[in-house]
Each structure stands twice: as structure tokens, then as C-alpha cells.
Design a protein around this ligand. Structure first.
Ligand code: CTP
Length: 473
């Protein structure tokens, strides 16, 4: 098969000419070739040459001229050329295991075929020649093209060999299956299950990168189901694994919280591309296993699972090398608040409860509502409709109250400094108390969220505490 028409970017001809000039065969290989067939466009390109990859990279960088940078990694035998928004990675064909990160890469020069068979999957092991006499010719020894047609992830060699070269590839298989909606070839999947324990030698940062790609996929549950079935989940994310299963006492079972969580995740993913909102879905019921109780009158309860869950988040994030920044705080807050809108609907949608929800959720209120709507996973369509109708009412009320009272980014209309200056007093307990009462009065709708009303209340509260204004306000 010749693909010269598809190699529109002039950089391919340029690289081919450079490789010709030093008599080295050179190919574009890996993800770029796969994505070419899948109609996905990528600006990252990997090139393999029989001979020195660094040499080709140096000459290519020279030819591309100004605004081109070159980084050489001589102990890996690789080099990277960056130009505008392109990233070109060059490597010499190797015989030994292909691994980005191995600390002591023992590499031996090899042929193109040696290099291709050491790659992870058949769909990632295709190469297209760039030398002028063979420009555009596909070299596909493992029939990656037919696996693309069949939508299959399969290793080129015995999967035990491919996965022991780099156990991260087990996660990559599941990630590609999820991203591309492919199946994993049965023998390949069985090898993942057999070798799953080896994932523990892989750094948590690399595992995190794969999890991020799974969560950003169109139907992320697919990846988590495969992680669970393969035995990887219980190693990398035991808290999520613990949600699986149904316990039965007195003939009464609870729902399987693993499948429920995955349903919530897909529901959120169908509404939002925000990956941290998707993570909040994964984590929302994370404390259900540890809070689960059976009561002969009440049946199964998961009392306070939202608060316990919130407390679990930093520890899990830290261990799994998730970011310990505002993303973590966002997930933690949504886990904490995820029962509030439903409690509101089941109780009564009072203005005061809506104001408090707005105050606590702030700018994340819309995301919280999306999560709560996604959390309704009953099989009973009528029940789902009833809840969603009620949530629509809550959403209307949220807009109405926000327009009127502006609680979302609440700033106290009277500050601690105002109080200290007015009464000429130093920082004290009374100031905090007065501020808290003013805040609650606004949230409860006793006074409007306005400076004048807050000021009168402050004077009244101060008087009750024996304070007199220094100057007339
Ligand atoms: N590769 C491999 N084993 C790995 C990582 C990468 O064999 N553990 C090979 C594959 O041939 C892959 C190529 O290196 O296609 C480039 O790797 P990478 O840039 O990580 O992945 P892509 O396939 O380009 O896909 P994506 O950009 O989606 O990660």
C-alpha cells in the first residue's frame, strides 16, 4: 500500500531527503501512522531510522532553519526536534526492548523489523517509508491495518514478552481500547490478567497519565470495567475496587456501588468534558464500603458517606500521585456536597436552603447539579423523571435566588475591619460572632445581602454586647 497522498506535510519529504543523503532508511512510525488510518490528526511524530537517529535529527533541525530546537539524549540514542507546533522524535532502530523510561537502556542496533516487533501493539507497529525511492510505502509486518479494521488491540509478539518489556503497556492496552472503543484480543487480555501484579513496579505518575487518558475518553466506564476484570484495579485503586459487590442480610441486598459509580461517571461524561468533574463522579461514593451498616429496621445505610468520603480524598490523591492542588479541593468539595441537592428535593426547597447551597458550592454549583443529576441511576424511569423534574425546579430557584441575593461569590457586606474601626476595638471573639450572625441572617433571608441592612444589624448586635460606636457611622 502506498500512502504518499496522505503524507501532505512537507516535513516528510524533507526528512526523506536528509535520510537519503546519509544513506539511512527512515520511516514515520507508531502513533502517527495509527492515527492517520483512524482519521485523527497528530502533530507529534516518531521516526525510526536504520542507523543513527541523532544524526538524522541534527540534519533535519539544520534544514528546518530558525525557530527550530534540537534536544539530544545520547544515552537513549534519541533526539527531539521542535518546530512551530510540531514535535519530531528520532530514534535508531533497536533490537532490545523498546522502553521510553528504562533507566539502563541496553540497546543494540537492529533492523526496522527488530524495532517493530518490540513495540506495544500491532496498530502501533506500522511504519511508512520516507526515502525517495520508496516514499509512502507501508511496512506492516503484524497486520496492524487489519486490526484497525477489526478494532482490536493485540501485541505483535507473545503478550507475556511484550508486557514484561514494559508492564505499563497493560494499562496502555486498556487505555487505547477505551479511547478508540476497540476490543482487546483475548490472548492479549488474558496475559494482562496473568501479569497484572507487575504493574506495581511502574511509577504512579505513569499510571496516573494513563488513568487521565481513560477518564477523558467518550465512555470512560469501559476502561474501569477492563481494569477491574483484569485485576489491575485492585492494585492501583483498591478503594474503587472495594465498591464492587452486593452484600445480603435478611434477604435484603444493597445496590452494587461499583456499577452504580460507573453509570454516574458515564452520565457525567455525556454532559461534560471537565475531567475533574468526571473524577468527582468516580469518587462520590468512595466511602460507601467503610460506612456501610445493616439495620433490621432501616435496611442498608451508608451514613455520612459524603463526609467520610471527603476526608478520604487527600490521602488517595497523594498515594496515587494525583495533583494536591485546587483540583483535589474541587473533587473533595463535590464529594462532600453531593447529597445536598437531593436532600433539598426530598425535603422542601426553601429559599434559605437554596442560599446555603449556593454559599457552600460557590462557582461550582452548576457542576454539583450535573453530578447530582447523573447520580440518579434508578431502573425505574418514572422515578428518574420525578427526580430530574425536581432538580429542574432547584436549578430555576438557584438562578432566581442568585439574581436577587448574589450569594454565589459571597463577600460579607460588613468586614471585621469595619467592626474594629467603628467600635475602636482590637481583634476579638465578638467580631467573629457578629460577622457569623450577619452571614447567617443573610443566608436565612432575615436581612437582604446589602451593606445598609448589614450595618444596622451590626450596630444592634454590638449594642447587645455593650459596644458603642467611636464615631457616628
Ligand atoms: N511505545 C511502546 N511501548 C510503550 C510506549 C510506546 O511500544 N510503553 C511505542 C508505540 O509504538 C507507540 C510509540 O512508541 O506508538 C509512541 O509512543 P507514545 O507517544 O507514548 O504513544 P502514541 O502511540 O503516540 O499514542 P498517544 O500519543 O495517544 O499516547
Amino acid at each position: 500500500m502506498n500512502l504518499k497522498e496522505r503524507l501532505e506535510n512537507p516535513v516528510f519529504r524533507l526528512i526523506g531527503t536528509v535520510a537519503d543523503s546519509i544513506g539511512q532508511p527512515c520511516f514515520v512510525v507508531g502513533g502517527y501512522v495509527r492515527d492517520l488510518f483512524l482519521g485523527r490528526h497528530s502533530t507529534d511524530m516518531d521516526f525510526v531510522t536504520v542507523g543513527s537517529g541523532i544524526k538524522v535529527a541534527e540534519l533535519v533541525a539544520e534544514k528546518l532553519g530558525p525557530k527550530t530546537s534540537l534536544a539530544v539524549y545520547s544515552n537513549f540514542g534519541t533526539a527531539q526536534v521542535k518546530n512551530k507546533n510540531m514535535e519530531l522524535e528520532f530514534v535508531g532502530a533497536r533490537k532490545e526492548s523498546y522502553s521510553h523510561d528504562s533507566r539502563n537502556p541496553v540497546v543494540e542496533d537492529g533492523t526496522l523489523d527488530d524495532d517493530q516487533k518490540r513495540r506495544d501493539f500491532t496498530i502501533n507497529a506500522m511504519a511508512i517509508s520516507l526515502n525517495s525511492d520508496t516514499f509512502g510505502e507501508l511496512v506492516d509486518p503484524f497486520d496492524g491495518l487489519s486490526d484497525i479494521d477489526k478494532r482490536l488491540i493485540r501485541t505483535p509478539l507473545d503478550p507475556d514478552v511484550t508486557f514484561s518489556d514494559d508492564p505499563l503497556r497493560m494499562m496502555r492496552a486498556i487505555r487505547f481500547a477505551t479511547q478508540l472503543d476497540f476490543d482487546i484480543f483475548p490472548a492479549t487480555f488474558e496475559a494482562i490478567a496473568r501479569n497484572s501484579g507487575r504493574i506495581s513496579i511502574i511509577s504512579r505518575e505513569r499510571v496516573f497519565d494513563e488513568l487521565m487518558k481513560i477518564i477523558k475518553s467518550p465512555v470512560p466506564s469501559k476502561g474501569f470495567l477492563l481494569l477491574e476484570r483484569s485485576g489491575l484495579l485492585k492494585i492501583i485503586f483498591p478503594e474503587l475496587q472495594a465498591l464492587k459487590g452486593i452484600e445480603v442480610v435478611d434477604g435484603k441486598g444493597h445496590k452494587d456501588n461499583f456499577y452504580h459509580t460507573l453509570q454516574v461517571l458515564d452520565n457525567v461524561a455525556s454532559k461534560s468534558d471537565n475531567e475533574w468533574l468526571r473524577w468527582a463522579a468516580v469518587f462520590h461514593d468512595i466511602a460507601k464500603p467503610v460506612t456501610k451498616r445493616y439495620d433490621s429496621k432501616l435496611g442498608w445505610t451508608f451514613h455520612n458517606h459524603n463526609f467520610v468520603g471527603m476526608k478520604m480524598i487527600p490521602g488517595i490523591f497523594k498515594r496515587m500521585k494525583f495533583p494536591m492542588n485546587e483540583k483535589m479541593r474541587y473533587v473533595r468539595k463535590l464529594v462532600e456536597l453531593h447529597m445536598r441537592p437531593i436532600a433539598l428535593v426530598e425535603d422542601e426547597v426553601t429559599d434559605s436552603a437554596v442560599r446555603r447551597l449556593l454559599f457552600d458550592a460557590g462557582d461550582d454549583i452548576d457542576d454539583l447539579m450535573t453530578l447530582c443529576e447523573a447520580d440518579i441511576t434508578s431502573k425505574n424511569q418514572e422515578k428518574i423523571r420525578r427526580y430530574l423534574d425536581n432538580f429542574a425546579l432547584v436549578r430555576n430557584k438557584l438562578v432566581e435566588i442568585e439574581e436577587k441575593d448574589r450569594i454565589r461569590n459571597f463577600q460579607p457586606p460588613v468586614s471585621g475591619n469595619d467592626i474594629m474601626a467603628t467600635f475602636g476595638i482590637p481583634p476579638s471573639h465578638a467580631i467573629g460572632e457578629i460577622k457569623e450572625i450577619i452571614k447567617n441572617s443573610i443566608l436565612d433571608g432575615k436581612i437582604p445581602n446589602e451593606r445598609e441592612a448589614a450595618w444596622s444589624l451590626m450596630l444592634e448586635l454590638a449594642r447587645e454586647r455593650g459596644l458603642e460606636p467611636k464615631t457616628q457611622a
